[in-house]
Every structure is written in C-alpha cells, then in structure tokens.
Design a protein around this ligand. Structure first.
Ligand code: SAM
Length: 291
C-alpha cells in the first residue's frame, strides 16, 4: 500500500465526534471481532447496547471500559432521542447489539433512521451477520434471496406471511428461536409443501452445524430430538419443481400427501384440488370411485 492510501485509511478510521458508529460484533466466536471494531469501541465517548450485560462482558474481554447505556426495543423512543441529542452535542457513540450486525432484526434500524431524519452522520464497521453467514453455508441458490427475519407471532400476520412466502421464488432466510422451531417447521411444511431447507445452527460456535434436508425431513428429525441453540433457516424458493411436486402422483397419493402433513380429509382434498386447478368435487369423485 502506498503512503497516500495508508493516510486515507487512517483518516477513514479516525473516530469523530457527532457520529453514530454501527459496530458489528461476533455472532458467537469472539475471534470474529474486527480490528476496526475494537478501535472504535475503545475510542467513542459512549456505547449504546441492546443488553448492557451481554456487551459489558464482551467489552471486558477486550479490555475496553466505556460508559454503556441501554438501547432496546422497549425504550428505543426515549433512548433514541437521548442518544441523538448527545450526538448533536458533539459526542461519538457506538451502537452494538447482542450479536451480529446492528439494525438487522434488532432496534438498530430505528436509530439509523432517527439519525437520517436529524442529519446526524452514521458510519459502519461491518461484522458477521447470521443471515448472510447461513446463506453462504446453505448450499442453496445464493444469487437472489429474501430476508424474512423472524416470522410474525400474531396468528393473522403469521398466516399472511406464510401465504406470502409460498410463492416467493427467491431463497428465503428466516430467524428462529429453538423453542419455536418445531412449530415453525410444521407450518412451513403445511404451507409451502416439501422443499429443500438448510438448518444452520450455532454458527461460528463449537457446535456449529448445517443440516441440509427437506422440510419433511426436518419435521421428522425434530420429532426425535429437541432443537438446541440458535437457528437460521434457509429455504428453497418456489420453482416448477416445488410447485408441481404432485405431477407424478395419482389423485389418491396427492390427497394422502396432504393427510400425512396433518391436514383433515376435507382440507387435503381442497389443497389437492387447488394444486390441480380443479374443483374439490372432482377430487372427491375420484377418491370415491376407488373406495
Ligand atoms: N443482528 C443479528 C445478525 O446480524 O444476525 C441478528 C439478531 S436476531 C435478534 C437473533 C437471531 O439471529 C437468533 O434468534 C438466530 O435466529 C440468529 N442468530 C444469531 N446468532 C446466530 C448463530 N451464531 N447461529 C445461528 N443463528 C444465529
């Protein structure tokens, strides 16, 4: 690197007052913290953290002592205003979350938009992000993808989200907590039909694991054991194969397929009729002929 480049980089890495620094932190492996992240965390006036205990432990391991304030989902309005006021007053702030890139499935995005509104400069020190890390490991098509984050919990929104992603052609990335994994896999299988999935677990940690299977395979797997650790689900997008998985099936096999997913006979016939573009009565008549 020539002298000019080195100077430009040093200038870029200077920590300036009045700037919010989004600092990416490891998603499980402390060795993934970057040199720039350590520098910025060590030089800012204060650090806003999703959980001060979690970030306090990380800072202690790095030997960094800085004033820490909480900034999380339920105080983001008041704390956001307080942080913005301090930035406008000339202080520098690093925003960190429990793990990974701030603003990805955590309240960091609101802080960035508040800064944008108030004309406060924001700079980024990128770090690992569970979504992209999982996608890279998934073995699925990485050219086009959508990040769904956590599926919504309220029934109505959840149903809508599941209907929405059924026809999504791009590879989908979903975050999930272990205690909700079984339910989510069941719902994905029932709504999307069987397709490829990579369950990416405990990424960058000692027990890192990628299970490349199908949605029905995943459901079966967790009938036998309990999910443990943090998960990212990477799911194949809709394509001719996933849409027309039933083409080689007889009508009976098609209905049977939905029955094995836990649907009632009526719903299974409706689902098969919808796939085939015929009325339910036609499916019913076919089945009765055989019975
Ligand atoms: N901001 C973070 C990022 O950049 O990935 C994500 C925060 S979100 C609140 C937490 C979710 O990310 C977890 O429930 C899990 O789905 C996923 N996650 C975080 N770390 C992970 C890891 N090491 N392995 C697998 N999934 C992880």
């Amino acid at each position: 690197m020539n002298d000019l480049k080195i100077r430009e980089n040093e200038e870029k890495n200077a920590v300036l007052g009045g700037v919010l620094y989004l600092v990416g932190t490891p998603i499980g492996n402390m060795a993934d913290i970057s040199e720039r992240a350590i520098k910025v965390l060590g030089e800012v006036d204060f650090i806003a953290a999703e959980d001060t205990r979690v970030s306090g432990l990380m800072l202690a391991r790095l030997g960094i002592k800085k004033p820490l304030i909480n900034y999380f989902e339920h105080n983001k309005k008041e704390k956001g205003d307080e942080i913005a006021a301090r930035l406008l007053g000339g202080e520098s702030c690093a925003l960190v979350t429990d793990a990974g890139m701030p603003a990805i499935s955590d309240p960091g995005a609101d802080m960035v938009s508040l800064c944008a509104e108030k004309g406060i400069p924001v700079s980024v020190i990128p770090g690992p992000c569970a979504a992209v890390t999982a996608l890279a490991l998934s073995g699925l098509d990485t050219r086009k993808f959508v990040f769904e984050g956590f599926l919504p919990m309220p029934n109505k929104q959840r149903k809508e989200a599941l209907i929405d992603i059924k026809t999504e052609k791009k590879t989908m990335i979903i975050y999930e907590a272990p205690h909700r994994l079984k339910r989510t896999l069941d719902e994905l299988l029932a709504n999307l039909g069987d397709r490829k999935i990579a369950l990416c677990r405990e990424l960058t940690k000692l027990n890192e694991e990628v299970i490349r299977t199908s949605l029905s395979g995943a459901v079966k797997l967790y009938e036998e054991k309990d999910p443990r650790g943090e998960y990212v689900l990477v799911i194949e997008g809709a394509n001719d194969k996933t849409d027309n998985f039933w083409l080689d099936m007889s009508v009976e096999e098609h209905v049977e397929y939905y029955l094995t997913l836990g649907m009632s006979k009526n719903d299974a016939m409706k689902a098969a009729a919808k796939d085939r573009g015929v009325g339910k009565s036609e499916i019913y008549a076919q089945i009765m002929k055989k019975d």
